[in-house]
Design a protein around this ligand. Structure first.
Ligand code: GLY
Length: 381
């Protein structure tokens, strides 16, 4: 088997440790890579209709090359799939396939499929092993690694779920070539987040290599995914169930979740776009609180702008609610602890930290500025 261009990141979690293999052509190697985990030469694969149309036959061939057969369930594409009805359908299908406790389930898709299938694997027969084959940049650098699985509730996103680590992640970077530019750049929002939260050198590398990476440079893509996954693996190894450090991965997410709620979780704002705007706002807030220099938020925004990404609240199509409403939406975020808003702020590029010590008025002033209102109005209210 050729390993040219592949990188492996180990996620060291004791009995739940696993490898994330990153690089082009991994679908063709899926069989030999998954075979060591199988008790019998068959797997069940759950995917969505977009991924199935583009890549399911390649996966079938890759498995067949190692003598492994597969049966597959194809769910509708999109966030609406990540709820009880499709979850129930997936679990019922797995049971109909007579999946045994020692079998392996494969999640083949983006974040929605990874989260839903991982959760199905977590509860099926009190837990079966699963392999993640993430097909979007966002899933490769974030959601497929670290064991967060789950579905959405009427009350909010990701409120039902379990920590259930995969036994293997295969991140085939060639598959990213079929993503739309908008979806790719949305995933890139999570990549930038890693540089901003903990690695200035990586952020500098992204400033230099981001455009080539977006244009399709495979080496740059592999390096960016591998560095992001390594950072996530380091954090997850320190804090698997988010008692502390893992919250750093939520840089930009408190703003993002409010913006996603305000735009109805629609196409107006993709998750990674909200993360990118949220990171810019988190640095703006940090700068106003005197935690980092005024140049830092400008540099974050300059890079996002150079990549052709959404940067400011004004880049979101359509009307947004006022700052008061956005702050209220933040207060409904599940990152609230003891009734206090927890923010990830930064002392500089690559130096994020978690705090509950944030004045609501300060958050509101940043949002009002972003919405184009005068910050002085905060004092007048
Ligand atoms: N996506 C954030 C985390 O995995 O903790």
């Amino acid at each position: 088997m050729s390993t040219t261009g592949l990188k492996t990141v180990h996620v060291p979690l004791g009995a739940r440790a696993y490898d994330v293999v990153i690089g082009p052509g991994l679908l063709t190697q899926a069989g030999v890579r998954i075979a060591p985990f199988l008790n019998r030469p068959q797997v069940v694969v759950i995917t969505d209709e977009n991924v199935a149309a583009l890549h399911l036959e390649s996966l079938r061939d890759g498995l067949a090359a190692a003598g492994i057969s597969m049966s597959s369930l194809v769910l509708p594409a999109g966030e609406a799939t990540k709820g009880w009805p499709e979850f129930e359908r997936a679990v019922a299908w797995l049971l109909d396939q007579k999946v045994e406790r020692n079998d392996v389930v494969v999640a083949f898709g983006g974040g929605v499929i990874g989260d839903l299938v991982g959760f199905a694997a977590a509860v099926l027969r009190r837990g079966v092993r699963f392999v993640q084959i993430p097909t979007s940049l966002l899933a490769q650098v974030d959601s497929s690694v670290g064991g967060k699985t789950g579905i959405n509730a009427a009350q909010g996103k990701n409120l039902i779920g379990a920590f259930h680590q995969p036994v293997l992640v295969l991140a085939d970077t060639e598959v990213l070539g079929t993503m739309t530019s908008r979806d790719f750049l949305s995933g890139y929002g999570e990549v930038v987040k890693y540089g901003l939260l903990g690695d200035l050198e990586f952020f500098q590398w992204l400033e230099g290599n981001g455009p080539a990476l977006a244009a399709g440079d495979m080496d740059a893509r592999v390096q960016a995914v591998a560095r992001s996954v390594q950072m996530k693996a380091d954090i997850v190894a320190r804090d698997e169930t988010e008692q502390g450090d893992r919250a750093l991965l939520n840089l930009g997410h408190t703003f993002c979740h409010a913006l996603e709620a305000a735009t109805g979780y629609s196409d107006r704002l993709l998750h990674g776009e909200g993360v990118a705007i949220g990171c810019a706002l988190a640095f703006e807030l940090s700068s106003r609180m005197g935690l980092c220099s005024q140049e830092d938020p400008s540099r974050v925004r300059a890079h996002l702008r150079a990549m052709g990404m959404k940067v400011d609240l004004g880049d979101i199509d359509g009307e947004l609610p006022g700052a008061d409403v956005l702050v209220e939406l933040m207060a409904q975020d599940k990152k609230m602890i003891g009734g206090k808003l927890h923010f990830v702020l930064a002392r500089g590029l690559g130096q994020a930290f978690v705090t509950a010590d944030v004045e609501r008025d300060m958050v509101k002033a940043v949002l009002m500025d972003g919405l184009g209102a005068s910050p002085l109005m905060v004092c007048e209210e």
